[in-house]
Every structure is written in structure tokens, then in C-alpha cells.
Design a protein around this ligand. Sequence first.
Ligand code: CA
Length: 239
Amino acid sequence: MLKTADVQTKKTILIIEDEPHIVMGLRDALEFEGFKVLSSGKGREGAQLAASSSPDAVILDLMLPDMNGYAVCEEIRKKSPFLPIVMLTARSQETDKIRGLDSGADDYVTKPFSVNELIARIRAIFRRTSRPSAVPESLEIGEAKVNLGAHTLRSFGEEHQLSFYEVELLRLLYERVGMAVSRDEILQRIWGLDASPTNRTVDNFIVKLRKKIERTPEKPLHILTVYGFGYKLVLERAI
Ligand code: CA
């Protein structure tokens, strides 16, 4: 049974997918979890719906009849830079995943996927955003000035937009600044996933953040790798 607080904060998920049985399965599971569900079987219409109906998260299929998912993702990003987007892909090649993340997707799930796993990810998105955080909105990490509230990062004369997961990852590392945070804990707390040694999600996001924060991303001074364990944030370069 839903509690009053849940009803008041009912979140809307937009599904952009043309395979009816997948839409139906996801709709049932998400509605059962208390989400409101919108859906579209076309890319262009889905992108328009993302702009007009302000969903709280989007599940986007890569293969759509009129437009591919990458293009839809870029279209959505123009109007909603911070909307969490989870991409569904039938392909498992790493290059497709990287391309998906480059086009602005926050996360991806490879088909065939477990509905429970996808729901866990969606739940994790809202658990993170509803939790009050002790981390200040403005951070300075080396030469980068970050505004977590505005989702922006300014470094080396350039202004970058940060995605939902980039902000959450920085927030988590900052909470424990100077200490190592395990990859498993990051996966669990931000993506709502069980630890998996083959999951490269965290590493892909670290690469993206380093490109924005580090002067030489291949030789990072601020987002450090703790080998065989995870990552550590260092604000000032050690002398
Ligand atoms: Ca499809």
C-alpha cells in the first residue's frame, strides 16, 4: 500500500520503446512500484514528450523505427540537460555503450535485461535525489569550479554541463574526500546495483569526470585510482 508521502511525490517515468511486450512489462512493474508511466513507440514523439511532460527519468531504447536512440538522447539533452536517461541496448559491445554515454545517456542496460535490475536503478536515482546531503553546492577541485546545484563545471576556460550521475558521483566522492571509496559501494549507492567485477559503469563515469577536471586526464591529480579497490578524491594537489 502506498503511503501518503509516496503519492505526493509520485515520480513519472517516460518509456521510449517500440516493442509492445517490453513496454507492457516495464509499465506493469513500474506502476506496481508506485511510478506514473508515460510511453511512446517513436523517437521524435518521445523526445517531444520528454520536453512537454517533464518526466523525472527516461528509459530509452536504442533501436526505434524513426530515429536511433543516440539522436533521441541528444535531442532530449538540448532541453533537459539533467534529466536521468537510462538507455536500453540490444548490443553488448563496449563501443556502443561508450557512444551512448557520449550522446548524453546516464546509464545503459543490455537486452535481455532483468526488469528488477532496471527498477533497482530507477529507484536508486530517486533515493539519491531525495536524500539531504552535507556536501556544499559549490566545490573547488584543483582548477575546476563545480556547481552541483546548477550541474555545471568550469575548468581551463571551458564550461561543462554535468549529467545526473556525474553530479552524484562527485557528491559521493566529496562526502569522503581524501578517503578511498570502493567501486562496489559506488555502484550500490548511486546505481542501486549489486557489486559485479565486470561492471565498467563506474570506470566510464570516472573517465568522463577526469576529462573535465584534470589538466592531464591520463595522469590524474584529483580523482585517483586506488588499485583493486576504487577511487579517491583529492581537492588540492599534494606538494
Ligand atoms: Ca526497439
